[in-house]
Design a protein around this ligand. Structure first.
Ligand SMILES: Nc1ncnc2c1ncn2[C@@H]1O[C@H](COP(=O)(O)OP(=O)(O)O)[C@@H](O)[C@H]1O
Ligand SMILES: [Mg+2]
Length: 288
């Protein structure tokens, strides 16, 4: 199977990008046994913090821990300080994925300060330096042999890092909250996808897997009305996935470092059932 690369994006923050990235990674690795790589391209590092014990710098930014294989590589790579992140891809041309406590699931974590530096490059440099560089790295033969699926979590703003993620991807998924700013954020993503596709050949188009209505509250009439509006919108309606994720505290809890995967819990638990339905739908489209 050819490797698949899926970006989770929305220019608005707090729509559930990180939660969905984590859930997709855990479905792919734990339920399907796919060799899965998560890439954290958000300087906030929330995805990394779910899986690794991150260190904190003096400005409150996150720094990945010492890689567990550092001792093995130390002598061959005297330049390496033992920490790697998604920013190392640009800054050092290498980045060794970290294992997580889940079999088949690796992560290239964020480094807050270094990723901020990458995201400051100006427009002219985006494609030549940032986007092409990242794409070439993700699509090396080594990674294609090593991973079946890559899921990239992005930051909620337009910039080089989001452009790079899309440029390297085969698929995109957009989670949205039931409110206008997230819908504006997702419309921004949809136009960026068209822009990216204009520069790609017909057999290499970036596919929008779907828009996921997240933090849905069944008993809120404004959410019902909002859903109806989205369904009617010609740019959104056709892409809306027909399962939603409800606003449930158990999802938030499952983001905590060290907590078990929802997919290791009871199969009759409502979070297990719903998250599996959503992630299966998305992953099957990505693998199709
Ligand atoms: N369906 C949900 N139910 C409950 N809490 C959620 C749900 N989706 C996301 N959250 C929580 O809302 C906050 C924002 O979600 P997050 O995934 O971090 O958004 P983003 O990455 O888009 O900024 C986090 O605390 C997250 O755990
Ligand atoms: Mg996030």
């Amino acid at each position: 199977m050819a490797m698949r690369v899926a970006t989770v994006g929305n220019f608005k923050g707090g729509t559930g990008k990180t939660l969905l990235s984590k859930q997709l990674g855990e479905d792919a690795a734990i339920l399907r046994g796919l060799r899965t790589l998560l890439v954290d391209l958000d300087p906030q590092g929330n995805l990394s913090r779910r899986f690794l014990e991150m260190d904190v710098d003096d400005k409150g930014g996150f720094v990945p821990p010492i890689h567990p294989d550092f001792d093995l590589y130390k002598e061959d790579e005297p330049e390496w300080d033992g920490r790697d992140s998604s920013a190392s891809i640009w800054l050092h041309g290498v980045s060794e994925p970290y294992p997580t406590r889940f079999e088949n699931l690796h992560i290239i974590p964020a480094h807050s300060a270094d990723l901020q530096r990458v995201d400051l490059l100006d427009e002219a440099e985006i494609y030549s330096k940032v986007a092409n560089y990242f794409r070439d790295f993700i699509w090396t033969e080594l990674f294609q042999d090593r991973f079946d699926i890559v899921v990239i979590d992005t930051r909620p703003s337009q910039g080089p890092l989001v452009q790079a993620a899309l440029h390297a991807s085969t698929h995109v998924v957009i989670p949205t909250q039931m409110e206008s700013p997230s819908v504006e954020g997702l419309q921004g993503m949809i136009s960026l996808i068209s822009q990216v596709n204009a520069g790609r050949s017909d057999d290499d188009q970036l596919k929008l897997v779907g828009i996921l209505a997240n933090m849905f509250r069944t008993n809120l009439s404004i959410h019902q009305e909002f859903m109806a509006q989205m369904l009617e919108d010609p740019t959104i309606g056709p892409h809306l996935l027909d399962t939603v994720m409800h606003d449930w505290a158990g999802y938030k809890m499952s983001m905590v470092y060290g907590s078990p995967s929802l997919f290791q819990g009871s199969k009759s638990d409502k979070h297990y059932v719903e998250a599996r339905q959503v992630c299966d739908l998305i992953i099957e489209k990505v693998l199709a």
